[in-house]
Structures are given as C-alpha cells and as structure tokens.
Design a protein around this ligand. Structure first.
Ligand code: NAX
Length: 331
C-alpha cells in the first residue's frame, strides 16, 4: 500500500505495559486513524531498565508485523523526546495502587507524573496536539495534566470512559436479547470508577426507549449499574490481571470517534458545570465530534431522577479527588 498523507505522530506512555501490548498493534494496523494514514509511534516508558528492555521487545514485534502504515518508532524514557511534535498523546502509563496504599497517596503519586507530562506536552507537542488519558484515576489525572498547559486549551485533554460505554451497551443488548448494534445512545456520566453513571434513561433499543424494552427497572438500577461499575474488578478476579485488550480497544474507539466528524460517544471532558458537575472536574458525558480532534458536548439530555442522584455521587467523588491534589496544581 502506498499513501501520500503525512504520518500522524502518536505518543504512548506505558507502552510496554499490558494495555500497550494490546494497543500498539491496532494503531500500527490503521484501526485508530484509518487505513490511509501512516503513523509514527513514539513509545515512552518509565526510566526503568526492565521496562525499556520490554519495550525493545515490543518494538521488535512491531517490526516483525511489517505494517505498511508504520513509518517509524521512537523508544524513549525521556518524555521531552517522546512527546516531541506528537499529534496525539495517549497517556496509558500510571503508578498502580500498591498493597495498603491510601487512595490519596495514589492520587498524589500519579499527580506528579501527570503534572510533568502535562507541562512537557504543552511545551513540545504539535500545535494540533490532542491528549487522551487512560492511566487511573483517569479523570483526575487528565484534569492535572490539563492544569499545567498554557498553550493547549482544556478541550484538548480528554479521559477515557469508552470502555464503560462499551460494557454498558453489551449488557443492555444481552438483557434485551438483541444484537449489540440495536442499542444506541447509552452514555457514561462522571468518573471512570464504580460511581460512574450508565445513563440507561436516554438509551434506545431498536429505536424504542430502553426502559420500555427492558421493563425490569430494578435490574437497570441494580445489577446493570453494578455490573458495568464493577466490571474491572470482575475481570481481575477472573483473569488474574486487569482489563487490557478491551481497554486498548476502547481507546481505539475513543480516538477514532474523536477523529470522525458526526460521531456521538461518551468522553470525559472538562465539565464547565454541565449536567450538574463541578465546573473544574473532568466528567464523562456525551459529545459529538465536530472536526477531527474537536467536539461539542451534547447538552439538554434529560436524566431521570435515579441517574441525577447518581450524578451527584460521582461528582462528589471527582470533587474529592480534585481536593486531594489541588495544592499540587499551582506553581
Ligand atoms: P501495566 O502496569 O501493565 O503497564 C503500565 C506501564 O506504564 C508499565 O510498563 C510502566 O512501566 C509504565 N509507566 C509507569 N509510569 C510511567 C511513566 N511515568 N511514564 C511512562 N510509562 C510509565 O498497566 P496496564 O494494565 O497497561 O494499565 C495502565 C493504566 O490503565 C493503569 O493505570 C490502569 O488502572 C488503567 N486502566 C484504565 C482504564 C480506563 O477505562 N480508563 C481501564 C483499564 C485500566 O485499568
């Protein structure tokens, strides 16, 4: 295949991790930016010998795939090098929660990483730079990175709730006994955490309101919410490792849809006070992609009382996460 489009530069942190291993091959194959867009992968790992060695192995495998679209790779533990001229920065790497670690400490440790990365991206990435955060706590890490940017506006920074949307879509389809594609407009509000709100009240199934097709409303408010909210933990319990392929797939969906004008999907963005969220937090909500990389929030979705109550809970959690790191954001 030959193509004349200029390569898109995609920086990926945590590139040798398990999500990275499921992600990079999809990007290089064209799943994220389309079959006509060459890519250069700028792979960033922690400055740890074992991680860099593993990254070399992943790069060898990428070479061995002979992907026609893959026009180059950079392997580095230096963020200044990895984010240089990046059009997209996919922030997957994060510090995991260790045994007995307090959530506030996790927030602070990750805060340091995302402050540094936010500053460097702002300084060295491309003029059209876009950032997608996956590393947890994803919403707050995204807010932290965005807080450091002077050149790039907050709308350039998004966090991923697409895995939650995909999970919710499948659960609704299974319950209704319909094909997955019959389920539309299921959007995730709030935090990527068990407090997330899978707003079934606006979903449709085969063109009808989901609440008319699924009449077991106790299931929607109980097991459905629980299953989607705690799916990550269920996968760890079953697989002995956290979601990786499905998370990588969701990131492909997140970025591809943000590059596709007209796409409607759930993205965690700066709330600016919409849907009752604190203006300063990054919260999942429905967006419509306008031009490649840009979007507008879909406003005016009426939430049912149950979902509104849940939005208040997930907002409270986001506000608390922000409060735990707010002293780090200045200076
Ligand atoms: P892994 O532990 O397999 O990989 C993480 C990688 O990041 C490691 O290779 C590590 O060396 C690297 N890393 C750590 N600090 C770094 C830094 N400062 N710069 C560059 N690289 C760094 O984790 P994995 O399973 O790949 O998950 C990655 C992150 O995604 C975790 O924070 C995880 O909690 C989060 N997830 C987020 C999801 C979402 O929907 N938003 C779902 C899946 C996943 O749980």
């Amino acid at each position: 295949m030959s193509t004349t489009a200029s390569p898109i530069r995609v920086a990926v942190t945590g590139a040798a991790g398990q999500i990275g291993y499921a992600l990079l091959f999809r990007i290089a194959s064209g799943a994220m930016f389309g079959p006509d867009r060459p890519v250069i992968l700028q792979l960033i790992e922690a400055p740890v010998e074992k991680a860099m060695k593993a990254l070399e192995g992943v790069a060898m495998e990428l070479d061995d795939c002979a992907f026609p679209l893959l026009k180059g790779m950079v392997l580095t533990d230096q963020p200044e090098v990895g984010f240089k001229d990046a059009n997209w920065s996919l922030l997957v790497g994060a510090k995991p929660r260790g045994p007995g670690m307090e959530r506030a400490d996790l927030l602070k440790d990750n805060g340091k990483i995302f402050i540094g990365q936010g500053r460097i991206i702002d300084r060295v990435a491309a003029d059209d730079a876009r950032v997608a955060v996956v590393g947890n706590p994803a919403n707050t890490n995204c807010m932290i990175a965005a807080s450091q940017a002077k050149r790039l506006t907050p709308d350039r920074f998004t966090a991923m709730v697409r895995l939650d949307q995909n999970r919710a879509q499948t659960q609704l389809a299974k319950k209704a006994g319909v094909d997955l594609t019959a389920v539309k407009d299921i959007f995730i509000y709030g935090n990527h955490s068990p407090t997330m709100v899978s707003a079934y009240c606006n979903a449709t199934i085969g063109g009808k309101k989901a609440t008319e097709v699924i009449t077991d409303h106790a299931w929607l408010k109980g097991p459905f919410f629980e299953t989607v909210g705690k799916r990550g933990a269920a996968i760890i319990a079953a697989r002995g490792a956290s979601s990786a392929a499905s998370a990588a797939n969701a990131l492909v969906d997140h970025v591809r849809d943000l590059m596709t004008p007209g796409a409607i999907h759930s993205v965690a963005v700066k709330s600016n006070g919409l849907y009752g969220f604190d203006p300063e937090v990054w919260a999942g909500m429905p967006v419509r992609t306008t031009t490649p990389g840009s979007y507008e929030v879909i406003t005016g979705q009426e939430l049912c009382d149950f979902c509104k109550e849940r939005v208040a809970i997930t907002n409270k959690e986001l506000v608390e996460e922000r409060a735990a790191v707010v002293d780090m954001l200045q200076g």
